[in-house]
Structure formats: C-alpha cells, structure tokens
Design a protein. Structure first.
Length: 213
C-alpha cells in the first residue's frame, strides 16, 4: 500500500535522526596491529608478523627462521611459527617431491615422534599466486606427554622447491594464534623470476654509450 505523502514526511526526519545517533554511538574502527617485516638475506622470501613477537632463531641450516609471541614458560614449551625453505630445487634428472610427497613425509615424521596422531584438516591453497597445501594435525609428544597442534602450509616455488609456514602450539592456543598464521601467509612473497631472454634480445647489438663532451 502506498503511504500518504504526509506520512512520508514524518518518517524521513525520524529516520535521519536515528541514523545520526547511530553513527555517533558506533565505536571507532579497529586499527590493525603493527607488524615487522622479515626478508631472508639469501632466499629472499619475505613476510610480515606481529611486532610484539620475537625471533627465536634460525633453522634448517639457516634456510628459515622461528618466531614466537611473548611467553613465560621455558622455551621448549613455546608456541612458535617456523618459516623456511624445506625442500631445495631438484638437480639434474632428479624428480621433484611435490606437495603431496612433502606432506606424506611430514605426516610420517609426526607419527613417529608422537602418539594419538590425528589429521584434522587437509586443504589446497594458493599463497602468493603459488600452489600450496595445508595440513593440520594433533598428537601427543612421546618424550613429555605434551599435546600439540601443528598447522603446516607447504608452498611450491617456481623451481619445484618447497617452502613451509608452520604453526606449532598448544591446542588451547590455536584460536588465538591462527590469525597470526593467516596474516603471515597473506604477506608471504617470493621475488618474481626474471623473464627469459628472447632471441630478439640476444641478437640486439649493445646500446652505444654517449660520446664524451
């Protein structure tokens, strides 16, 4: 039913006042937390992570780095995220291991080190326009009986090398730390390989230098 015009004139000012009051009472927009940026000095992969986190140390023959949020317990019990090159490019006729192969190897290693092993999730992803796979598992460590959840993301590089971004944490801390893992994945980048030289470029004579003045 179409309302009379006078009824509309009453409703519009009321709505305007309500919208104004709503806008005034809304909380300010949440600012994103400050971050640090890390770039590996030789492999050149880069990512950002929370500025309150610290660097624990290097790993995998200095091919990666371990970072962690502030924690009070001893370092061996810390929740951590590791970012590293875990499979180097194949050489010669060597077959690349691939994402499925590296996940199979990781699962086997975790089963050997822990008990009550369970796969929680496995998913295909894309990280920095590169194919990737995520594996999330839970297990109890045989050495000390401590429960862990690991969320490992493996990323395939342009030369079939494989990088890993892996969160290891106590099960009760997963919800709090997963956003940091997702933020690292969202900012993780590899330098783009230089395009191959074309035949035209190789036959083109070198540019002449300007004559001296």
């Amino acid at each position: 039913m179409r309302l009379p015009s006078w009824r509309c004139l009453v409703i519009v000012p009321v709505l305007s006042v309500a919208l104004t009051m709503s806008a005034q009472t809304q909380p300010p927009a949440h600012k994103s937390a400050p971050t640090k940026r890390y770039c590996h000095p030789e492999l050149n992969f880069c990512f950002q992570y929370p500025s309150s986190w610290t660097t624990v140390g290097k790993i995998f023959n200095s091919n990666g780095i371990v970072i962690a949020p502030p924690q009070k317990q001893e370092e061996s019990l810390w929740d951590t995220i590791t970012v590293a090159l875990v499979v180097v490019p194949p050489e010669g006729d060597e077959e690349p291991i691939g994402l499925n192969g590296v996940i199979d190897q990781a699962s086997t290693g975790l089963r050997e080190d822990g008990q009550n092993f369970e796969t929680l999730q496995r998913q295909q992803l894309t990280v920095d326009h590169r194919p990737a796979q995520m594996l999330k598992v839970t297990y109890r460590e045989k050495a000390d009986g401590r429960d862990w959840i690991e969320e490992l993301v493996f990323i395939e590089g342009p030369e079939s090398e494989i990088y890993s971004v892996a969160l290891k944490c106590a099960p009760q801390n997963l919800v709090r730390l997963e956003p940091a893992l997702k933020s690292i994945l969202a900012t993780w980048t590899l330098p783009q390989p230089a395009p191959p030289a074309t035949e035209e470029d190789s036959t083109k004579p070198p540019a002449k230098s300007a004559p001296p003045h």
